[in-house]
Design a protein around this ligand. Structure first.
Ligand SMILES: Nc1nc2c(ncn2[C@@H]2O[C@H](COP(=O)(O)OP(=O)(O)OP(=O)(O)O)[C@@H](O)[C@H]2O)c(=O)[nH]1
Length: 242
């Protein structure tokens, strides 16, 4: 069994043979997708983890869980655990439990839906409250559905302003076309692991390791006794938040 270190890295037990020295580094990060219903959180997770997109809307009840391994420069393997939180969960008692221990939070809005942008304020307050006694995770703001830019209801300048005011990174993407989805997750993984990615490396982000996926629905806390599996790893020392 591997041991987890302070910095979130998983280290195999010491191996006597020299192979141990050439093993790639392995990191794992818990990444939360938050935002109103229908902004496209499941679609973003599905596009990233499975390379798929569906036009059909199926509301997420509670949360869905995705896993994808990616490879960063320097042969660094990163496991991204994506927690896709249903947009209706904002009032749920489970929310802070879902968010707790996250290395990164991606706050999503739909660029064609102004309310979904305005509501980011409430989502962000929830994140701040959850981490008020700890270290804030990396927070990114994502404007999704950029393939519908002709229907844009949220000005790019407003998005940048909100992000600047709250110390967030801004991304624009389309889960439908896939544009900027992988690049966003790679940039986050790079940031958390302290590895800077160049533009060509981000552009090439599509050619990554194969994905595995675990999906489950958590109907309510009564059904599951309020227990959540411990998929989290500890915050990495290398996470820079400026
Ligand atoms: N045109 C377009 N449609 C999208 C995009 N992303 C998602 N959609 C559509 O928007 C609808 C809602 O997408 P979901 O991914 O289920 O939204 P969600 O945020 O997970 O919704 P909840 O489960 O209610 O929290 C679906 O019909 C998707 O096909 C996108 O980038 N472009």
């Amino acid at each position: 069994m591997g041991d987890e270190q302070e910095d979130g890295r998983i280290q195999e037990d010491a191996k006597e043979d020299s192979e141990a020295e050439v093993e790639p580094e392995r990191l794992q990060y818990k990444v939360i997708l938050l935002g109103d219903g229908t902004v496209g959180k499941t679609s973003i997770a599905t596009r990233f983890a499975q390379g798929d997109f569906s036009q059909m809307y199926k509301q997420t009840i509670g949360l869905d869980f995705f896993v994808k391994r990616i490879l960063l420069p320097g042969d660094v393997q990163v496991t991204m655990q994506i927690w896709d939180i249903g947009g209706q969960s904002i009032g749920s008692k489970m929310m802070s439990k879902y968010i707790f221990g996250a290395h990164a939070v991606i706050m999503c809005y739909d660029i064609t839906n102004y309310d979904s942008f305005q509501d980011l304020d409430d989502w962000y307050r929830l994140v701040v409250k959850t981490f008020e006694k700890g270290v804030m995770p990396y927070v990114a703001m994502v404007g999704n559905k950029c393939d519908l830019s002709h229907m844009r209801a949220v000005r790019t300048t407003s998005a940048h302003q909100f992000a600047d005011d709250n110390n967030m990174y801004t991304f624009f993407m389309s889960a439908k076309s896939g544009d900027q989805v992988d690049a966003c997750f790679h940039r986050i993984a790079g940031h958390l692991s302290g590895i800077a990615l160049s533009r060509p490396q981000l552009d090439a982000a599509g050619g990554v390791l194969s994905a595995s996926i675990v999906n489950y629905r958590r109907h309510d806390e009564e059904v599951h006794g309020g227990e959540l599996p411990d998929y989290t790893s500890r915050r990495p020392k290398t996470c820079t938040l400026s």
